[in-house]
Design a protein around this ligand. Structure first.
Ligand code: B12
Length: 260
């Protein structure tokens, strides 16, 4: 028999002291992602906790004191990002994400209404979410901001087949067109679209966007340009109006977007 009475457990347990460990539940992590500002927090929490009834009053209160795009970026977006954390940690499932996305959609529509559109139209752009991709929240935010910046936006929606996108681009000949991909399985639509355009000798830039892509990927094929944030897009669009082609946009990208 081992005599445990002589063992000093305080020394053995120093490294594994469970009392010293701070374990956070996914719910606590999500709660910590909420903004500090109480008005923004109310917006973010309406999305995170899927409160369809709370989103309209929360948006109204936040927009009474802040610009609508600020409410999108500092209220709605942190809310849906926290939803993503809970989904990753298997606390939320697909139906939860769907309700949270619905709450987010109501918020974006309210913000878009508040932003309005500029009177003069600078140019037409086409936006879509990639073939097979149902994620259109980011695209909708970018579309609202481009409308407010004075662009005529043709929004083709989500899960748009490559051939349908190219047919519309060929018909409209926009200043540029954007694609949004949030899934690694859908981002390959962009090089496929760019290749089809090249075959048709159409020199129209394709802006690859969305959480699944980065600058390196979006500029790895001919005609590909990149925009990480909605507020960079109008700066890039202006340069295309000024005569920059996709290569020059990529060469001077850092200067063009500056600190935006
Ligand atoms: C909401 C959500 C959904 C909603 C989407 C609702 C909608 N209408 O969009 C629903 C419930 C439908 C959904 C479904 C699924 N989803 Co989902 N979803 C999300 C979630 C939580 C948030 C996405 C989001 O809206 N983010 C906020 C927006 C604002 O970000 P964004 O789109 O990137 O946009 C920003 C920028 O990229 C940029 N941007 C975007 N577009 C554009 C365009 C232009 C022009 C510009 C300038 C900028 C720009 O600006 C925006 C603002 O900063 C993410 C998790 C996450 N962390 O991203 C998972 C996530 C994207 N989903 C995922 C998955 C797997 C699915 C499902 C396959 C789950 C399933 N088991 O069925 C299904 C899809 C099934 C199908 N094929 O139909 C994965 C994708 C993984 C991968 N690498 O492929 C993610 C990453 C979750 C995860 N970690 O696993 N989802």
């Amino acid at each position: 028999m081992i005599d445990y009475s002589k063992v000093d457990f305080s020394k053995i347990l120093t490294r594994y002291d469970v009392k010293k460990q701070v374990v956070e539940t996914p719910e606590q992590v999500a709660a910590k992602m909420m903004p500090k500002d109480p008005l923004m927090k109310a917006v973010a929490e309406a999305v995170l906790y899927k409160k369809l009834k709370d989103i309209m009053p929360a948006m109204q209160a936040a927009m009474a004191k802040n610009k609508p795009d600020t409410v999108i970026n500092e209220g709605l977006v942190p809310g849906i990002e926290a939803v993503g954390t809970l989904y990753n940690d298997h606390v939320y499932y697909l139906p939860d994400m769907m309700v949270a996305a619905k709450v987010m959609e109501i918020g974006i529509k309210m913000a878009e209404k508040e932003m309005g559109g500029a009177r003069e139209t600078k140019a037409t752009v086409i936006m879509h979410a990639a073939e097979g991709d149902p994620h259109d929240i980011g695209k909708n935010i970018a579309a609202a901001m481009m409308k407010a910046a004075g662009y005529n936006v043709i929004d083709m929606g989500r899960d748009v087949p490559v051939a349908t996108v190219i047919a519309e681009v060929e018909k409209v000949k926009p200043l540029f067109f954007s694609g949004t991909a949030l899934m690694t399985t859908t981002m390959s639509a962009f090089p496929a679209e760019a290749a089809l355009l090249k075959e048709k000798n159409l020199n129209i830039p394709l802006m690859g966007c969305g959480g699944a892509v980065n600058r390196e990927y979006a500029t790895s094929y001919d005609l590909g340009i990149y925009s990480a944030k909605a507020n960079q897009t109008a700066l890039i669009a202006q340069k295309i109006i000024d005569g920059y082609d996709w290569k020059k946009i990529n060469e001077e990208w850092d200067n063009i977007v500056g600190g935006a």
